[in-house]
Ligand binder design. Structure first.
Ligand code: PNS
Length: 158
């Protein structure tokens, strides 16, 4: 049973994240999408909202579970018996942070491998921040986010 954890803020999930989830589910028996609970940065959406949008988005994906964690990611991954951590890479600008995080996690947990998925070019421009900005300013987010997120964004970004 090969399990991977895909951690993140998911504030909110975008179609770029969704693409990574779908591709990871082809390689693993189980993918746990793990929303961080106690981040260093503030989020626009509450944990409950972020979880709800994720659960609705992956409701029909048999291999995908949604969870949340606080504390060290590697401890959460171990508690779930995950062999891998999944992260998405969009551009070179993501690389420094991701490289540092992967090496730090490997130092703490050498048995857990970080695996990067290159974004599909269709989603390489996408970010949760821009999606929220567009929605807050009345623009269209069609094609950028899954429909549960688009519905939630219509109620306002908070
Ligand atoms: O979507 P994000 O905000 O880029 O996700 C960052 C996240 C949640 C993966 C990262 O902040 C994290 O793993 N936090 C948990 C704390 C931790 O394990 N820190 C040590 C490794 S850097």
């Amino acid at each position: 049973m090969k399990t991977a954890v895909y951690p993140g803020s998911f504030d909110p999930i975008t179609n770029g994240h969704l693409d990574v989830i779908k591709r990871a589910a082809k390689l693993f028996d189980k993918v746990i999408v793990a929303v961080i609970r106690n981040p260093g940065k503030t989020h626009n959406f509450s944990l409950a909202d972020r979880l709800e949008m994720l659960k609705q988005t992956v409701a029909n994906f048999k291999k995908v579970e949604v969870g949340s964690f606080e504390g060290l990611l590697v401890d959460y991954a171990k508690s779930k018996k995950a062999s891998s951590i999944i992260r998405g890479l969009r551009a070179v600008s993501d690389f420094d942070y991701e490289f540092q995080m992967a090496l730090t996690n490997r130092k703490m947990a050498p048995g857990i491998e970080t695996i990067f998925f290159m974004t599909d070019y269709k989603y390489s421009y996408l970010s949760s921040s821009f999606v929220k900005q567009i929605a807050a300013l009345g623009g269209s987010v069609v094609g950028m986010v899954p429909s549960p997120v688009a519905r939630r964004l219509k109620k306002g970004v908070k």
